[in-house]
Design a protein around this ligand. Sequence first.
Ligand SMILES: [Zn+2]
Length: 142
Amino acid sequence: MSSFLLDLQIQKDFKFYEFITGTYNTMPKEASILALENLTEEVCQNIIKVSELAQEIRDYFEDSLIITCGFRPLVWELKQGRTGKSLHALGLAMDCYLTHIKLEDLFVWFNKKYTDKYGRAINKKLNFCHFDLRPNCVSWNY
Ligand SMILES: [Zn+2]
């Protein structure tokens, strides 16, 4: 079941696993195992929604979008000493970067495109943008 799910092509350029393990397996193995154990129908639907945003970015920039982190289950977040309030815990967020496009350019584009909804943050040190599907518009720096 889970290997079938992980290999599922959920968008033209994205497979399901990328939102569980990261495109290049950047998530800790334990986090990915817990993610699979804690998948619900709601989380799966949320991952699909986030993958639609990923595909939109991929199509606009015509560049590979690398997902470094998608769904992080609550149990993992609490184990890490986090609040568990991150939208990653619902599958509604992703951390990502484009292969050939500057992080700042992705961040600027996102800010121009979505002015009244979604969360966004840029982490230059760790080279990723965080995007999430919250209904209101929130922006921050790490
Ligand atoms: Zn994030």
